[in-house]
Design a protein around this ligand. Structure first.
Ligand code: AMP
Length: 131
């Protein structure tokens, strides 16, 4: 069974930050950035691509609510990340959003490696444009 479904079921312990009928937020086990939190729908959707709009909207509103809570607690910045599919670094195939509460000079760095091949911005904008 999926690790996050096991957490939802209570078969794997987690450090819960928030829970309601449809969503759960808990600390990431990596213990890298202080307060690194994962927000998930309790229902199993593999990724952003599979998550229905209504769940997605509610989950993102919850991400905002939790982020504001962290700011109110005194963190001075927030990074929000969601990896969608293996090629983007998704390891757990249960849709989730990472929240990284940040502090001044906390030493944490979200690294986006520079592409090996530089793209032609004109070409790429034509390719990506939503008509
Ligand atoms: P991603 O690479 O976006 O799929 O992120 C998956 C995240 O899940 C990683 O940051 C892991 O540290 C985290 N993770 C894996 N297993 C657990 C667990 N049992 N409890 C909390 N976080 C976990």
């Amino acid at each position: 069974m999926c690790v996050f479904c096991s957490i939802v079921k209570g078969d794997i312990p987690s450090y819960k930050i928030y829970e309601d009928e449809n969503f759960l937020a808990f600390l990431d086990i990596s213990n890298d950035v202080e307060g690194h939190t994962l927000v998930i729908p309790k229902q199993h959707f593999i990724d952003l691509d599979e998550c229905p709009d209504d769940y997605y909207i509610k989950l993102m509103l919850l991400v905002k609510k939790i982020s504001k809570h962290f700011l109110n607690l005194g963190y001075s910045g927030i990074n929000i990340v969601s990896n969608c599919k293996k090629d983007a670094g998704q390891e757990i195939e249960h849709f989730h959003v990472h929240i990284f509460p940040r502090k001044k000079a906390d030493g944490a760095k979200l690294v986006m490696h520079e592409a090996i091949v530089k793209s032609d911005l004109n070409e790429i904008s034509k390719k990506l444009r939503m008509s």
